[in-house]
Design a protein around this ligand. Structure first.
Ligand code: PHE
Length: 337
C-alpha cells in the first residue's frame, strides 16, 4: 500500500513538473487528486489493511501525498503564469530608443512662411510692424476709411457682423475686420508721423469657399505718412519690395483703380520673368479725410498705403491650384513644401 501511494505521488510530481500548460496540470489534478483519482482510490482501500497501525501509517502517507501534490500543482501553475506574463510583456515591449529613421521635422504653415518673409523684407526697407484687433468697430473698418454709412463701396466687402454691441455702439457695429486697413487709422491715432509701418493679419469676408476664395484669409497693409510723400515714393516702394521679395528679375506696375480711402488709387501687378502679370493688391495716396480721421493734418503731411493678400501670394508662389488645399492639413500636401 505504502509503495502504491509513493508511486502515485512520484508519478504525479513528475507529471506536474513536466506540465507545459494549465490543461496538463488540471489533468494531473484529476487523475491523482480527483474523486476517482489514484490517491482517492487508494483511500477507499484503507479498510482492507489488517492492523490499526498499518491503517494509520497508510492514512498519514496518503495525506502527505495529497498535500505534496497539491502544493506542486500550485507552484507549477504560478510558474507557468509568470512565464506567460513575461512572454507577453516581452512581445508588447517597444524600444523607444530604437527607431528606424529619425523623426521628420515639420515646418511652418505656407501662409506663416510668407507672412514672416514679408515682415523681414519690409523691416529691411525700414518699416515697423503694427497690428490691430480682428473684431473691429464699424468706425475703424469703414467710417474712418472714408466709407460712410451709405457708401456703396461697403458692398464690396461682404461683411461678417458679430452679436457684440460695443459700449456706446449700435447693434451691428462690431464687425470681423474685412481688411487690414483699419490698422492705418489705429496707427495714426497712436503715433505721430513720420509713420512707416506694415500690418499683417487675419481678415474675414462672407465668401463661399472655392479654389481662389476663403472666408478667412490674410492681408498685409502698408502705411507711410511723412512730409512730401508722393506717388513716386509709392511706386518706388512697391518696386523695391517686388525685387527684394520675388527676385531682381521681377518688376511691378500700377494700374489706375478706385478705393474710397486713397486718392489717387491704383492696383499693382507683379511681372514674373516669364512675362506673366500677377495682380497683387491695391494702393494709393492716403485720402485727406482718412488722415484727418487719424488726427493728422493733411496740409502738412501726406502718405501712401497699400494692401494685398498673403494667402494669394503664397498660392501663386508655390503653384498651388486650390487655395483650400493650404488649410486642410493633409500631410501629403504639407510635406511638399
Ligand atoms: N483694403 C483694400 C482691400 O482690402 C486694399 C487697399 C489697402 C487698397 C490700402 C488701398 C490702400 O481691398
Amino acid at each position: 500500500m505504502i509503495d502504491d501511494i509513493t508511486a502515485a505521488r512520484d508519478d504525479a510530481l513528475a507529471a506536474v513538473a513536466n506540465a507545459e500548460n494549465p490543461d496538463a496540470i488540471s489533468a494531473v489534478e484529476t487523475t491523482t487528486l480527483g474523486k476517482r483519482g489514484r490517491l482517492a482510490t487508494l483511500k477507499t482501500q484503507l479498510g482492507t489493511l489488517d492492523t490499526i497501525d498499518a491503517k494509520r501509517e497508510a492514512g498519514r502517507a496518503l495525506n502527505d501525498a495529497v498535500t505534496e501534490v497539491t502544493a506542486a500543482v500550485e507552484r507549477r501553475r504560478d510558474a507557468l503564469r509568470a512565464a506567460d506574463d513575461a512572454a507577453r510583456i516581452e512581445s508588447e515591449r517597444i524600444d523607444l530608443t530604437e527607431t528606424t529613421s529619425r523623426p521628420t521635422r515639420g515646418h511652418r504653415h505656407l501662409v506663416t512662411q510668407a507672412w514672416e518673409r514679408l515682415e523681414d523684407v519690409f523691416v529691411g526697407l525700414g518699416f515697423q510692424v503694427a497690428e490691430g484687433p480682428e473684431v473691429e468697430s464699424d468706425w475703424f473698418n469703414f467710417e474712418a476709411l472714408n466709407m460712410g454709412e451709405h457708401h456703396p463701396a461697403r458692398n464690396e466687402f461682404d461683411t461678417l457682423f458679430t452679436d457684440h454691441v460695443p459700449p456706446g455702439g449700435r447693434p451691428g457695429s462690431a464687425v470681423l475686420r474685412t481688411h487690414t486697413s483699419p490698422v492705418q487709422i489705429r496707427t495714426m491715432l497712436d503715433d505721430e508721423p513720420p509713420i512707416y509701418i506694415v500690418a499683417p493679419g487675419r481678415v474675414f469676408r462672407r465668401d463661399t469657399p472655392d479654389a481662389t476664395h476663403l472666408p478667412v484669409f490674410h492681408q498685409i497693409e502698408g502705411l507711410v505718412v511723412d512730409e512730401g510723400i508722393s506717388m513716386a515714393h509709392l511706386a518706388g516702394t512697391i518696386e523695391a519690395f517686388t525685387k527684394a521679395f520675388f527676385g531682381s528679375d521681377f518688376t511691378s506696375r500700377l494700374r489706375p483703380s478706385y478705393f474710397p480711402f486713397t486718392e489717387p488709387s491704383a492696383e499693382f501687378d507683379i511681372r514674373t520673368p516669364r512675362g506673366d502679370w500677377l495682380e497683387l493688391g491695391g494702393c494709393g495716396m492716403v485720402h485727406p479725410n482718412v488722415l484727418r480721421h487719424g488726427g493728422i493734418d493733411p496740409e502738412r503731411w501726406s502718405g501712401f498705403a497699400f494692401g494685398f493678400g498673403i494667402d494669394r501670394m503664397s498660392k501663386e508662389r508655390h503653384g498651388v491650384v486650390d487655395i483650400r488645399e493650404m488649410f486642410t492639413d493633409d500631410i501629403r500636401f504639407v510635406e511638399q513644401f
